[in-house]
Design a protein around this ligand. Structure first.
Ligand code: TXA
Ligand code: MG
Length: 319
């Protein structure tokens, strides 16, 4: 694996070429790092599954450079989905839509729907544009972690997660720390109303303002398979305990207005919900790096981004 710390236009062009040639390229997005492959290359996509250790019936999100590419992959797109795409792309939102032929079973897990996203991170967008110039249609990319583990929000974390499983011609593009820090909001757009399958930085309130329809929220009951909807996910090795009291030698994570209990090891003191989301996975990683067995987390209260953070914390705490 080659680690690219200076993502010049040349480096990005090489990465796009590597994708066309069937190699894997891990790249930054504004949410988390993705492990990318040419979404029309079955062999390359199958390597994503083996590198991640992920069950093969779990669908992958296809990343595209703009809303103009939507109809390459999706059909019967409802008006509300177009409104959402216009408003929030490029950005931390994935739309699930009825698939076209380009979205094969090895992308959708055999479902008739495909997940699509236009990321906002400049390196990701440059990579997508270059890849499409070379004839590519979309980059399939799950979070670049081993199955069930914490998503990487830095290139070092990508290396830690999957570095040992990548081949000599695969690449990791370093774009620094991801700004949002938790995965995109996933919205099922196959029904009359949008349904949030995974909460994220595009919140229910933001969606309702754009679509004039009540948004449904599913609590992992959807027939649609989404690995992020499994009860246990995003989990570090340390055990996570929510809203209890941290003892000496135990990890502690909370908003900055919470004092660190005596003897506890503070993992992060985010001053806002945005900062909480951004630093969450790094804080969980640092617990593992410090060899902590137990981490107590004060989950944030309220709606919006707080809900998305609680969703990840709840799943990280189940085992
Ligand atoms: O922010 C993100 O979404 C990141 C970055 C890299 O874009 N990607 C990401 O991918 O989180 P992944 O595979 O780790 O999580 C995507 C979730 C999975 O739970 C998957 O099952 C679900 O989206 N998903 C993908 N395609 C789907 C589809 N057609 N129908 C239902 N769920 C789908
Ligand atoms: Mg993931």
């Amino acid at each position: 694996m080659e680690f690219i710390s200076n993502c010049t236009a040349d480096a990005i062009a090489n990465a796009a070429k590597a994708l066309i040639d069937g190699h894997l390229v891990a790249f930054p997005t504004e949410t988390v790092y993705g492990l990318g492959a040419d979404a029309t290359n079955e062999k390359a996509v199958s390597r994503i599954y083996s590198v991640k250790g992920r069950p093969t019936n779990h669908p992958l999100i296809v990343h595209i450079s703009s809303i103009n590419k939507l109809e390459d992959w999706a059909t019967d797109i409802p008006d509300y989905a177009i409104k959402l795409a216009r408003e929030f792309w490029p950005g931390p939102m994935t739309l699930i839509l009825p698939r076209k032929e380009l979205a094969k079973d090895y992308i959708t897990g055999g479902q008739n729907n495909v997940g699509l996203r236009v990321p906002a991170q400049p390196i990701a967008l440059a990579l997508l544009n270059k890849f499409e110039q070379l004839g590519g249609h979309g980059i399939a990319a799950p979070s670049a972690n081993r199955f069930g583990a914490v998503s990487p929000t830095t290139a070092e974390a990508v290396d830690e997660e999957v570095g040992d499983y990548l081949g000599s011609e695969d690449l990791v593009l370093d774009g620094g720390q991801c700004l949002v820090g938790i995965e995109s909001t996933i919205i099922d757009c196959t029904g009359l109303r949008p349904k949030v399958l995974r909460p994220g930085a595009i919140t229910e309130e933001m969606i309702e303002q754009v679509v004039d329809k009540k948004v449904e929220i599913t609590e992992g009951e959807s027939e649609i398979k989404a690995s992020g909807l499994l009860d246990s996910h995003y989990a570090p090795k340390a055990k996570i305990f929510l809203n209890s009291i941290a003892g000496p030698g135990e990890g502690f994570l909370a908003l900055s207005n919470f004092q660190t209990p005596v003897g506890a090891i503070r993992l992060a003191s985010p001053g806002s919900l945005e900062q909480y989301a951004r630093d969450l996975y790094l804080a969980l990683r640092s617990a593992d790096q410090q060899g902590l067995n137990k981490v107590v987390v004060q989950s944030p209260e309220g709606t919006g981004l707080a809900e998305a953070i609680r969703d990840r914390l709840t799943k990280a705490s189940v085992r």
